[in-house]
Design a protein around this ligand. Sequence first.
Ligand SMILES: *[C@@H]1O[C@H](CO)[C@@H](O)[C@H](O)[C@H]1NC(C)=O
Length: 952
Amino acid sequence: MKGTVHIFAIFLSLFCFGLCSWSRNQITFTNGGYNNVLIAINKDIPENQQLVDTIKEIFTSASEKLLNATNKRAYWRSISILVPKSWQHKPEYEAVTSESFDRANVVIDFENPRWGDNPYTKQLGGCGEPGEYIHLTPNYILEKSMSEYIWGPMDKLLLHEWGHLRWGLFDEYTTSDPGSAPFYATSSNTVEATRCSLAITGQYVNIFTLRDCYLDPDTGIYQPECVFFPDVNGQTTKASIMYGQFIDSVYTYCHSDSSDPLGYHNVEAPHKHNIMCSSKSSWDVMLESDDFKNNANPPIEGKVDTKPIFRIIQARERRVVLVLDTSDSMRGERLEKLLQSATQYLRYTIDEGSYVGIVEFNIAAYVVSELVYISDNNTSREVLVAALPVDTERETCIGCGILDGIEVLSRNGDDPAGGYLLVISDGKNTQPPGIKNVIDEVNNAGVIIDTIAFTNKADTELTTLSEETGGIAFFFAGDSDISVLNNAFTATVTTRPDVSTQSLPITLYSDSLKVPVGANISDSVFIDSTVGLETVFTFSWIGTLIQLWLESPDGNFVDQNQYIVDKDTNIITIKINDTAMTGYWVFTVANVNKKSPSQVATVTVTSKQSSKEDPIEVLALVSDPSINYSTEPVVAIYAIVTKGYLPVINAQVFAVVQSPDAIEEVPLFDNGAEPDITEDDGVYSGYYLGFSNNGRYSVAIKVNNSAQMAMVNMAKVTGSLPIKPESTNDDLPVFEPTGMFVRITSGGVIQVENYVDNPKDNLAPSRILDLSVVKTSYSEQSVVLQWTAVGDDFNKGTATKYELMAASNYSKLFYDFANSRLVTNDDLILGNMSIISPAGTRETVTIRVPTRGEDATYFFAIRAHDESDNYGEVSNIVSANMEYIPPIPAENQDPEKRIALWATLGTLGIAIFAGIIFAFFRSSKQKKNKLNKVEHSDNVNNRMDNVTYCEP
Ligand SMILES: *[C@@H]1O[C@H](CO)[C@@H](O)[C@H](O)[C@H]1NC(C)=O
């Protein structure tokens, strides 16, 4: 039993390793040097040489600091800067290969309104898992003196972000994450500010009164108005960069060598790093990373030239060659479906200003169309549609198709680098060369290869080919309706918006209607106000012509004269002129031919951004597209729902996973419970556990707001802790309802190997990440704890048992959880440990603790068990101070006095303090709201008076 748990604990911490970002630009690390870091400038940022020069300057200086921070283990050796295609070409600009904005490790882009110019790193995975990208704004880079005044030296700030991006470290200051707090009660019965290391000195200031801080009788820690200001100068501690990079003496990350207190990791502080990494120091996490584990990349001896080599590369227009399988196995319905999807892609998906060519392959390969420029009229699109191959031939030579595709991209001496091949095949290679034989040519050409495996028989190397070239792999089961295929075609364009100059189609509906003989079936799609331009409804089918009607939200039917009926490919298209009316559009499909069997009509509705306002969009990611079931029987699926950079929260999000045998809908949540690492950031996450065989599983993401709860989250957050927080604009509403909307997108393919039919339950419940103390009471001698319930298998279902443990010092719980004091129902004033809620539910208990007073501090941690007694990892550890705390003096509480003080502080003062208090107030407000729910039913009894906690 323990062995099982151990094995799964290992895969859990590894399963997403490096793979949440599998389609990202890969940075290599050799002999202490990082190679091939990609910094990309957004296409809409105006040409500015100063921007490029300053980027070079700060990364050069940061490279030297990185060497110092890592005890001479790492620096940046080579960095590529991708500049937009709109910038004037210079001779020194190299041609782009697989680099693109959407794959960059560092993006230079306009501000994310939640962060303003505050640099931050987007992370999706857990402790030790690389982040997605670092976001720096042009303002941050160009206004160097202002930026350094607010956040401290830019080079040290980059080390902070690199810690997130490369090694999966988290912030060591307080954040609004549940479980994190600005202050905490220590094992030495004191109250400290959350920081690393504890040797950092500073002042505790009530930011309203500018006087001393008071302990709050409701929480046992300092009142919410209290802020800890670390001293910027005169410190001696060397860590941590993940706390305050602006502190003069800080140059490295916290370590776990207790003989060296200057930079020693503070295990007890409730910050996100300790929560996510189970109190492991940053250095320990770094040493376990691929960069350094097993003594890889030891300290470099001697002098190192840390100056990175910079390449400037320039983006190009989109160039795509469709490489289509026309072997005999495609004959009939398969080819018909492929042509339907390809036709829709050529007519409505591929963006104006791109180039598209077509190659077909069977026993050999043939160029069906050279690259054609997609102009603003339909002629070029129809030329390509007319060129699509319609006949099949024996044998399959995928390698031939790839080589011809590269050749099309190389015509007239052009450089194929940075071009895309979209390879679609339903079989294994039967005629050499195969995929493996042409990989050198692919690499030399620098092309990106997207693949669609058409049926489960398709060559498994297709997925690998995409992974290796930075492409995306998809799967279409072949026998189903073509919505999955349409989504795949669309995603090859829409996941790379930066390659376009135009806005791209957004898919609102993609599904099929099964219409029995002689019957009508209706469905509807909601077109929201952020989209509505160039709205296209397409209906495709196999067999006899269908009939249909489309009704706009005002109840009028669209005139049948507007239908474009393509009898060759069996597609009816309806384009809405002008901006489509907001609301529900109802379509009805009729199977009128009384003799034909039931018919399947695939319906796709796409639309484009209608105003300056950003549309709501969804991007899908899977933790790993290649699953080795024997070590990793689970995959995490992420959907990022945003409006511009702003998160859309409270939407209903589902992953639809389609295997050859079944379809399963998995709800995804943005609740901060595993595998979701941050609440309310617009990243919805969930595990898929339903593998039932080897083979391919396609993933689609469906998002809607039927519950009318979705909001755009504009709440400010802190990326890197500022010395002097920027001003926040208090007039901004923090949450804004989105109104009704629907979206759908493809999440690509998951390929499963080594499946074993294993009915034994060996999946443990998830780790609880958000245990928190929401209230303490001296008079009642009680502590209110909350956490989010996990499931039986990870966060699916309901766990069987909780082990909530208590101790009077941190180490006891941390090192000897199993032998700490179990909290039982006898200890509870409110709640019941035997009642386990389903995963995702908030659990609350009020515990009566045995003693109170100056020397009484209690620590708590929890884990869940399932019925087979698999158990999750131990949660974050929280503490509660049980000393007597007198009421806070009235002058420190009077709201009018606060306002007066704010007025005397003046605008500058407000500007300086506003940012930092925001996080505190947000979290304290949330906690108060939660508390209100508990307090009204408070009902004290003294059942636990005689209970003592036994500890050795
Ligand atoms: C707790 O719940 C269990 C199971 O429902 C029940 O048997 C028990 O009586 C409850 N205990 C208390 C103290 O309410």
